[in-house]
Write a protein that binds this ligand. Sequence first.
Ligand SMILES: *[C@@H]1O[C@H](CO)[C@@H](O)[C@H](O)[C@H]1NC(C)=O
Ligand SMILES: *[C@@H]1O[C@H](CO)[C@@H](O)[C@H](O)[C@H]1NC(C)=O
Length: 469
Amino acid sequence: MRWLFSILLLALLGVAHALSYTGNRLLVVLEEAGEKDKYSTFWADLTSRGFSLTFSSPKDDKLSLFRHGERAYDHVILLPPKSKGLGPNLSPQTIVDFINREGNILMALSGESATPTAIQSLLLEFDIHLSTDRNSLVVDHFNYDKVSAADKHDVLVLDRPQEYKEGVKSFFGGNGVVAVPRAVGQVLGNENPMLAPILRAPSTAYPYNPKEEAEAVDDPFAVGTQLTLVTAFQARNSARFTVLGSSELLQDKWFDATVKRGDKEEKAANREFAKQITAWTLKETGVLKVGRLQHWLNEGAVKGGINETGLDVPEHNPTIYRIKNDVAFEIELSEWSNDHFVPFHPAPSDVVQLEFSMLSPFQRLPLNALAPSPTHPNSTIFATDFKLPDQHGIFNFRVNFKRPFLTNVDEKRQVTVRHFAHDEYARSWAISGAWPWIAGIWVTVAGWVVFVALWLYSAPASDKTKKTQ
Ligand SMILES: *[C@@H]1O[C@H](CO)[C@@H](O)[C@H](O)[C@H]1NC(C)=O
Ligand SMILES: *[C@@H]1O[C@H](CO)[C@@H](O)[C@H](O)[C@H]1NC(C)=O
């Protein structure tokens, strides 16, 4: 009986097991129930990855992202509304609150209908700008699909992003092409480190309003690679917000579409790309976890560098060191990949750094990844050793690792660095610069002794002087 019960329990656990690191409660907001069937493969893929989907309409009065002051869902997918906006239950303030509480959102736009101004102003909260012309969509006369958009050129066929780009690991890489039908182009705010483009428009693309039917576009809002078709935003608390310019990309008909760019006919990899985008947004990939973090005195009896056990060291993470001490530091990092942790490896040109700082860093050192070992199969240990600066005060060991597409790591450990105690200075004779002075003292002492000896043992000269007088 008991084994039956355990098997039942295991089966239940198996079903409830989601691939996301943070949770599996997913709310899908779509206006018309009829729309739902167009995305059936997409929903099936999400369900098979362990998400429990709740569908709701923005017009539903009971719709709320919070219950009893807590998040009611872990993730939200917003499909583009046809009406004026997302309604009072999904006001920009609510959505920003949801992200502040570490909820993740995938927001899809669509160039098929005008983008509501409420959504434009919501995106401005994230420094993502849309064209003021609400009907505009991205067209390209070179990279379009000859099968479905021979005239309108509004279905873009683009190469998928590379796995590593500009020293950043992207979770969206792969071979093949994606079809991006009727996308709304976004422009990202300047120098905002929280924003990262996932898919940019090609250099020949530009926004166009099909309703105006103008021959030429004067003074477009943005052109070419200034336009982003899929944008990632990761907040300071690592909550994720992804803007997908084309909701059609997720529909069944594009999941197995055959597209033709130039003379080459190919199958679109939209299904794989949609999976990568949702996996990243819903925290199935790119989540870093900090394991053991320790620092210790690396001198005297325990000198000899660091090794992966480091366990024989007398005291770990002491609260006080002395200036000029040799110390060792290590941090263990692992990365969540779909359903388990794997050792974290930074991109080839990237390093994890340690800062030893008081207000500003006194030391900024690269951390070396130690070789994998059976003692830590699911993580990488990054380590270094160094000499503390000649400055006493309150310092932090800090690892501040913030990269696009990876959750933020900012770990601090505070320690006191004291000055030398009076009996810890080197003895005078150990300091070669002091030797002339030490020699001076002993020469004076010796001179005095010689003088006294001579004085005492010299015969008095008084008789002689009497005689001569
Ligand atoms: C690691 O270092 C400690 C102390 O420095 C030493 O006792 C121990 O043998 C070392 N372990 C390995 C595996 O080298
Ligand atoms: C560690 O990795 C192994 C195989 O790569 C995996 O089966 C296991 O679940 C992982 N453990 C954790 C805690 O993620």
